[in-house]
Design a protein around this ligand. Structure first.
Ligand SMILES: *Cc1c(COP(=O)(O)O)cnc(C)c1O
Length: 364
């Protein structure tokens, strides 16, 4: 039992915008087929797992991590072909990097801008850090509405703009000329969030030399290392030197450092898995599109946005749950996502299980 006075104390001390939030909820997935969180379903071949465990055996768990995580940065730069003239900053997932970026610019009256629907952490972290947030609706093709974005930029002069490329939860790429128009109009820092870079040929690294207000964020989560929590930011040293000051010294722990360095040495395994998922995406997209009443959007990511027959999304979501399959219900999250589900592209077996369950629920 809490003392009655504690409620008053909490109410007077915790900021109203924090009390108004509901915590980011992740449903329990115990024993479920998990198709809601963009994870890679494949595991590692046994010999690779064994070599990894041998590497971990040598980790000094009683010691603080190497603060700069140099081996991880080297592996990332090699794998992603990041030119030496750019710096890298590592985060405990790219979520932490979003937080660092916001902390670095947060000041009363400053705004974070992002198109909507997009990744929900942009808004949440703006609120955490006491910044205003402005969402601008995407156009009817889920591309950037340049006119509306430019008007919002002129009106708010946002300190930070987030563009997820490809976008979550819509799965598409924004047109490059529209991204460029925003970079040109913005006095603030533009973050191109390439969380799904492993599933698309698009690559914004080439824009870094052209725009001095651009940084690029990536993560190892979607390629098969979600459990590690490792995200990265790439950009001009002038930006990253400042952000580095805000990074907590040991944010990348010893197990993550050893595992990420190891995984990057064997990146061909993860690359083969993501290539397979790209192929599975084509097949799953076609099969879902053939089910009665489903509309599937093109995707450059490892998930598909699907529109269900009017008014049925919640019931299909629940029906799948009852059969042990977890997908993301988006209906109600944004007007443009009415009747929508977001479904992970998974292994052949898991995709087949999903299709069978959905077909039965749709009465196909
Ligand atoms: C999943 C996701 C992230 C967060 O990734 P973590 O590195 O796991 O924190 C960031 N941006 C987008 C668009 C995502 O979909």
């Amino acid at each position: 039992m809490s003392h009655p006075a504690v409620t008053d104390r909490v109410a007077s001390l915790i900021r109203p915008e924090i009390r108004a939030l509901s915590a980011y909820s992740v449903p329990s997935a115990e024993g479920m087929l998990k198709l809601d969180a963009m994870e890679n379903p494949y595991s590692w071949p046994a010999p690779l797992k064994k070599a990894w465990l041998e590497r971990l055996e040598a980790v000094a768990i009683n010691r603080y991590p190497e603060p700069a995580a140099a081996a991880v940065k080297e592996g990332l730069a090699r794998m992603m072909k990041i030119p030496e003239r750019y710096d890298l900053l590592l985060g405990n997932g790219s979520d932490e990097i979003i937080q660092l970026l916001a902390m670095a610019v947060a000041e009363p009256g400053r705004t974070v801008l992002a198109p909507e629907p997009s990744f929900v952490m942009y808004r949440m972290i703006a609120t955490f850090t006491g910044m205003a947030y402005r969402g601008v609706a995407l156009d009817s093709d889920f591309d950037l509405d340049v006119e509306a974005m430019l008007a919002a930029i002129a009106a708010e002069q946002p300190a930070l703009i987030f563009l997820a490329q490809p976008n979550n939860p819509t799965g598409n790429l924004f047109s490059e000329d529209r991204v460029r128009a925003i970079l040109e109009a913005s006095e603030g820092l533009v973050v191109v969030d390439e969380a799904y870079t492993a599933f698309t040929e698009a690559d914004s690294l080439k824009l870094l030399d052209e725009y001095d207000n651009l940084v690029i964020m990536r993560t190892l989560s979607k390629v098969g290392l979600a459990g590690l929590r490792l995200g990265l930011l790439v950009g001009q040293p002038a930006w990253l030197t400042e952000l580095e000051k805000l990074r907590l010294p040991y944010n990348i722990n010893v197990l993550t450092q050893a595992s990420a360095a190891f995984a990057l040495e064997h990146y061909d395994v993860l690359r083969a898995q993501t290539r397979q998922l790209q192929q599975n995406r084509v097949l799953l997209s076609e099969a879902l599109g053939a089910l009665p009443g489903l509309q599937v959007w093109p995707s450059e990511a490892n998930f598909l946005l699907v529109r269900t027959p009017e008014g049925q999304a919640a019931q299909l979501h629940q029906g799948l749950r009852e059969q042990g399959i977890l997908v993301k219900l988006l209906d109600g999250a944004h007007p443009a996502l009415a009747d929508c589900l977001r479904i992970n592209v998974s292994s052949e077996e898991e995709n087949a299980a999903l299709l069978q369950a959905l077909a039965a629920l749709l009465g196909g």
